[in-house]
Design a protein around this ligand. Structure first.
Ligand code: PNS
Length: 173
């Protein structure tokens, strides 16, 4: 019997975009199980959405794929992969500019666990310029991000930005 291939698609997903969903759809077709894993202890900038909010948005937007699981992890990805019995890490490469960082991570993860393979997939060309960071910036400045993020995420983003503008108004008063 063929061994089940379990893959992890790790990331910040702050917030999930249509580019992430495009990759999830591609991954779900290839792997027996695809675990979309949100990093808990990111050293990056202060997140806009809490991990629980990101998990909830990912759950809502991926429920049509039976083999996709949503989870969060802390610590090293290679250790989490061992706990999940995953053989593959899935990452997206949008443009050449992603390659250097991804190569470094893939090779470092291989050094830490030589049994874990990183596989790269390209999202649809329409998402090659899309990133969560740009979505956060454009929506904070009042620009439109429609067709770039799922409707659920669009609603949550509006709610979050309205709450933060109310907060800053109250502070000014
Ligand atoms: O979407 P991102 O922010 O580019 O994802 C980066 C992520 C979560 C894949 C990476 O930071 C990661 O794997 N962090 C877990 C800690 C770890 O294992 N670091 C060593 C990576 S070589």
């Amino acid at each position: 019997m063929r061994k089940k291939v379990i893959a992890i698609y790790p990331g910040s997903f702050d917030p999930p975009t249509n580019g992430h969903l495009d990759l999830i759809e591609r991954g779900a077709k290839i792997f027996d199980v695809l675990i979309v894993a949100v990093l808990r202890n990111s050293a990056k900038t202060t997140p806009l959405f809490s991990v629980e909010e990101r998990l909830s948005m990912l759950r809502k937007t991926t429920k049509k794929w039976d083999n996709v699981r949503i989870d969060a992890f802390a610590g090293l990805l290679v250790d989490y992969a061992v706990r999940c019995k995953a053989q593959v890490v899935l990452r997206g490469i949008r443009a050449v500019s992603d390659y250097e960082y991804e190569l470094q991570m893939a090779l470092m993860n291989r050094k830490l666990n030589k049994g874990l393979e990183t596989m790269f997939m390209m999202p649809a060309g329409a998402y090659s310029y899309l990133s969560s960071g740009l979505v956060r910036e454009i929506s904070a400045l009042g620009g439109s991000v429609c067709n770039l993020i799922p409707k659920v995420v669009e609603r949550e983003l509006k709610r979050k930005l309205a709450a933060s503008s109310r907060k800053s108004k109250t502070k000014q008063e």
